[in-house]
Design a protein around this ligand. Structure first.
Ligand SMILES: N[C@@H](CCC(=O)N[C@@H](CS)C(=O)NCC(=O)O)C(=O)O
Length: 108
């Protein structure tokens, strides 16, 4: 699966922003911190990985969220954004102008 917004994929959702994440995953933490810094409210869905033995990330349900079976997945209005770095960029684009200062203007 390619990173970034998958605008043609529709997932069930009840909030503008929803995040499928795991407490021990550093990539998930990166996106959680970003959403909090940008003051974007989100609904969290915890996904167990191997640490509990349940491996929810390879469940039939989760594979509909992300066939790549990884966390985090950020969902905006039902459309998934894959890969944490792409999620930061996507979230920053929707934040208010003060929060946008978190996003560098120069790539380097
Ligand atoms: N490049 C991806 C990496 C995602 C990734 O590797 N996630 C790990 C947790 S940090 C995962 O879901 N692992 C599940 C597994 O290996 O079973 C990103 O930044 O989102």
């Amino acid at each position: 699966m390619t990173g970034g917004l998958h605008a043609h994929t529709e997932l069930p959702h009840t909030q503008e922003w929803e995040l499928y994440h795991n407490n021990f995953s550093l990539c998930s933490k990166k996106t959680r911190v970003c959403l909090l810094e940008l003051a974007l409210d989100f609904k969290a869905h915890h996904v167990d990985l191997i640490e509990t033995g349940s491996c929810e990330n390879i469940s039939r349900h989760y594979l509909t969220v992300y066939p790549g079976a990884l966390v985090p997945v950020l969902v905006h209005h039902g459309h998934p954004v894959y890969v944490s770095h792409e999620q930061l960029v996507s979230a920053a684009k929707h934040a208010d102008s003060a929060a946008k200062e978190l996003l560098p203007t120069e790539p380097e």
